[in-house]
Structures are given as C-alpha cells and as structure tokens.
Design a protein around this ligand. Structure first.
Ligand SMILES: Cc1cc2nc3c(=O)[nH]c(=O)nc-3n(C[C@H](O)[C@H](O)[C@H](O)COP(=O)(O)O)c2cc1C
Length: 347
C-alpha cells in the first residue's frame, strides 16, 4: 500500500476505532500523590512554566508526533500547531519520510507558516530509514524545510513487524545513528511509538550523542493493534493483537530512562490522558510529557477543541501542583509518589 494511503488509513483507524491498550497498562493508576490539606501556598503562585531544550513553554507538554503527508494530515497539523502556539506548548510532526519521497507534501508539514509563534517544533522520521537510503543530507533537508528546533527518530520494530509493508531491516542502526546524530545541527531524541524504552534499549541509547528520549510506553495507542486492523493476513492480524499487550509500561519506562540517562532529557508518553498523569510522570523524573491520541481526536473536531483539551490538561496539572504544595515544576519533580490505589484513575 502506498504511503499516502497508509497515513490516511492510520488516521481513520485512530479516529474511529478502539486503538488503545484497554487494561490501564500505563501504571499510573497504582501510584498516588500525598494529598496535602495544608499546602501552605496560594494557587495563584503556582506556575507550570518550564524550559525544554532551551525553549520557554507555558507547561511541560508537547503534542506528540503524529501526522503529515496528505491534505487531511496537513489540516490536522495546522490545527495542532495553532493550538500549541495558543497554549505555548511544544509540537512534534509525524514521520517526514513522505517529504523525501514527494517534496510537494512539504506544505502539509510546514506548520510554522500557520503558527509562527510555535515555541518548540520537533521533526520526525523512523531510524530504520537510515537502512533504506536516508542519510545526513536528507534529514538535514527535512529539518531545515520545516524550521524544526529538534528532531525525533522513532524506533518502531514491533510496528514494522506487524505492518504488511513493514521495513524490518533493523541491523547496524547504532553506528549509523552515532554518525548522523551529531551532524544534524539540532538536538536529537529517540522515541518508541507505544511499546516503551526498556533498560536494555536505554543503555544502548546512553552510548549515543543524543539529547534525550521519549518513552512512548505501553498503555496508550498501540501500533501493533492498529497494524493488525489494517492487515488482510490472518496470521499477521492475530500476531498484532497478541503484541498489542507487549512492551514496557509507561511508568516503568520513565523510571528506567531517568535512571539510565540521568543527564539527558526524558519526555514521558504512552497513555498519558490527564494532568494528574502529567504530574505523576514529572514526579517520576520526566522533564516533560507528550500526548498523541486525545489531541488528535480533539483537533479532528476543531482548533478550539484542541485548545480546550490542552487547557484542561494544564489546569489539571496546576491543580495537582497546588494540592501537593508545589509552586514550580522543579518542586513537583522532587515529590515522591506512594504505591496506592488512585481513585482519579478509575474507569
Ligand atoms: C495518528 C497517530 C500517528 C502517529 N504517527 C507517528 C509518527 O509518524 N512518528 C512517531 O514517532 N510516532 C507516531 N505516533 C506515535 C505517537 O507519537 C506516540 O508515541 C504514541 O501514540 C503514544 O502516545 P498516546 O498514547 O498519547 O497516543 C503516532 C500516533 C498517532 C495516534
């Protein structure tokens, strides 16, 4: 199937089907903050502002990598960028591979033209493309074409394994990443797409000159599930359904990455669905979080819905900070969580 068809079929499935892990696998429901009935601060003094990769954001939030490459994807990118600009949070583009194959699709990724005040923009491509003819020159070109401040390589062996037309030549990517990463001129992060970064992977990443990682752990959108819904092959379909439960839960992946990569940026993602979960991810050591599916679904309705979704998450984060007595995000990141049932995480 052509890439054009693939992107739109992914969007249709994400907007119309149950594509998330449904068993609360992210792990946030088993952790609770110590509620403080005497926080000794004024709510008005709470600020969610942070600096991420040298850019000032109103909250430690990034709209996760999702889309681009088709007219529908371009419109969604435009709405997401306007929402990110209005709420002063970061945004990541979906895979820019299509831009290399057909330069005419550039406009669908050119979100700075719609939202020039966007504070932080990430470019994106699959790391495996380094084994399929993409090199430093091509990636520099797609970084510059959209004015990206940073770049995400996604690591998605499970998705590619289930995808009917998947690119599964994952050999010898580490030496290629070692050469490419320092040559791009912007900070580079590596991310999963829903199966999480394990300790084994984090220790390999530690040897690379990357600025950080994005966990994209188990518990949210499942690309194994999405690809299983797309394939006509009955064996691939059941394999994809089985592996929809495979991976490192987001909560575990955050702690692993924080410990293995103490001096790098850790962005938490994978099933983060409200501001309390954002607060928990930060308390576990993340520098910021990213959300994909809920923001896609909001942006599919309108820019205003996407803005509302972001405002809601930021207000929930601010409230969690107030009732734990934290004026700033660095204070919140020093709070410890207790292992206990959290009623806000109940279905
Ligand atoms: C519609 C859609 C498209 C996505 N496309 C990409 C992509 O092109 N590149 C990438 O790195 N991740 C992609 N992802 C994965 C997300 O960036 C994120 O890691 C994952 O969905 C987990 O976050 P969530 O549970 O909040 O959705 C996509 C996710 C969605 C929902």
């Amino acid at each position: 199937m052509a890439e054009l068809d693939r992107k739109d079929s992914h969007l249709a499935l994400c907007l119309g089907e149950q594509v998330e892990f449904t068993g609360r696998a992210s792990g946030f429901g088993e952790l609770r903050f110590d509620h403080d009935a005497l926080p000794e601060i004024d709510k008005a003094s709470v600020t969610t502002e942070v600096e991420l990769l040298g850019k000032r954001l109103a909250a430690p939030i990034v709209i996760a990598s999702m889309t681009g490459g088709t007219p529908r994807a371009g419109e969604l990118n435009r709405r997401l960028a306007l929402a990110a600009e209005t709420c002063r949070v970061g945004m990541a583009l979906g895979s820019q591979r299509k831009m290399l194959e057909s330069p005419a699709t550039r406009a669908t990724f050119a979100v700075r033209e719609a939202a020039p005040g966007l504070p932080l923009l990430f470019g994106n491509i699959g790391a495996v493309q380094l084994n399929y003819g993409v090199g430093i020159r091509e990636i520099r070109r797609i970084v510059e074409a959209v004015g990206a401040d940073a770049f995400l390589f996604h690591l998605n062996p499970l998705q590619e394994a289930i995808q009917p037309e998947g690119n599964t030549r994952f050999s010898a990517l580490l030496p290629k990443l070692r050469d490419v990463v320092p040559a791009l001129g912007v900070p580079v992060l590596l991310k999963e797409v829903g199966a999480g970064i394990s300790r084994t992977t984090a220790l390999k990443i530690r040897e690379l000159p990357v600025a950080g990682v994005e966990t994209s752990g188990l518990g949210g959108t499942s690309w194994s599930k999405i690809e299983s819904l797309r394939t006509a092959d009955p064996v691939q379909r059941t394999t994809g359904e089985l592996f929809a439960r495979w991976g490192i839960p987001t909560v575990e992946s955050i702690s692993i990455c924080r410990e293995a990569l103490p001096d790098r940026v850790v962005i938490a993602s994978g099933g983060i669905r409200n501001g309390i979960e954002v607060a928990k991810a930060l308390a576990l050591g993340a520098d910021a979080v990213s959300l994909a599916l809920p923001l896609l679904r909001a942006a599919d309705k309108s820019v205003e819905d996407a803005i509302l979704a972001l405002r809601r998450v930021i207000e929930e984060l601010r409230t969690a900070m107030f009732v734990t007595g934290c004026r700033t995000v660095p204070e919140l990141r020093r709070r410890t969580l207790v292992r206990a049932r959290d009623f806000t995480a109940e279905d």
